[in-house]
Design a protein around this ligand. Sequence first.
Ligand SMILES: [Zn+2]
Length: 502
Amino acid sequence: MEKAVIYVRVSTLDQNTDRQIFDLTNYSKQLNLKIDKVFSDTISGFKKGFDDREQFNLMLEYINKNQIKNILVSELSRISRQYIHTVNFIHNCSEKLINIHIQKENLSTLNKDGTTNGMVQMMVGLLSSISSQESATLSYRIKSGKRSEALKGNSYHGQLYGYDKIDGRPVINQEEAIFVRKMYEMLLQGFGCRKIATYLTEAKAGQKVWSSATVHSIVTNPFFKGKRRFKDIIIDVDAIVSEQVFNEAQTFIKSRFRFVSDSKHTNPFASFIFCECGATFLQTIIKKNRTDLYKCSASCGVKSINRPYLIDEIKSLLETNAKLTKDKEVRANFNFKIKLNKATLLKNENRLLLLEKMSQKNYDLYTSEKIKESQFDKALLRYEDEELKLNQMNTKLIETNKAITNSLQNEILHYSDNLEILKNQILPILDKIVIGEKHCTVHMKGFSMMYFYIYRGHELQSYRNHLKKHGSNVAFKPSLKIEGLDEDTQMLLDNYLDLNPY
Ligand SMILES: [Zn+2]
């Protein structure tokens, strides 16, 4: 059996040489050759020339020294990227009676009698066209090599704030991550990138001067929610902010750009706000006569409300609620409620399964004529009734749990003065607002409702004066002043109002 060497070459570190060697070893058996040694180069066919390939040159020395007359390659392009080198190499080998066996074409450069294979002449002639095609293949191979590196989390070259590069992978820098989260948090609170940049510089985050552009690049980069873009693919990396926070931030940024200049006339409660009669409560702004209010679209008699006042009150209610959800005890209660709901859900699911079995049995009894049709109908109706109720209950339980989770995860503590931003902030937590004659009821998703007393006209004026003087910490007592009353009667009236608040 004649001896042979295998020569393999891969374009990047990522390509598998084992496969080539395996295939070529099989091919050698077909040719009745014995493999003496394997030479393998892993270099780029583009950057390095023919002579740069270490193993290739070692192979040439080796076959010279050991009088080996056979070389196995998987395809012609493995010899060299450059057409002229391949032609010269084949020519030189043929002169020395060294046979090159090309697996892909199932072709050997020499015939049995040592003459040159006519097919090879043709092949070499075709090489120039093949090689350009191969270049395309190669560049694809390089790309796919890089891509699979990236998929493994490697080939991370960026200097992204919040991440360190360790062994070519992005690893969260916990100290910087705190500031990244802070950026998103501030943005969601309605701060602009410029203000956030000032904050970061003052807080000495990363010991540098921050620009709003850098902040903007961080609050819009999906890398921070764990999705790294690499060409046309997305690679999972460790996230610094949650998907929800990231997506909310994008909504805010978009709405800022679109509406920031004029959010004064935005109806932040559009589609949420109703009159107690069931009709929509409409926002009405008429600049000319300084009308700025909400009123019932059905004009049912419920008085209109001053719009800036309503917005302020709801905002402060939401802020109170937000502080509440940060309270440990409240959180524990909510988590308990979630668990309780889940237990009920499970119980209902089991009951539904049982109902299904009972229903099946009912049907079997009927088809085997053990019960009458009227009995069958009666039972079926009962099962279907219960099934419907259970399904409705389960839907509600699932919704409630989702809403509670939403509220618990809500990071917003301050609601924006920008009405477009406010609108986006309340979207995930607010269910509906109902306006009555005396009270405004705010239904939060997953919460029991909250309400506040509505001041109008003269009362509202006193309330606002009170707020200016004392802030919201001192309770406001509405006082009713009636012109021309003597002091005693006024005191009686005040006492009456104390005992009978609106
Ligand atoms: Zn109404």
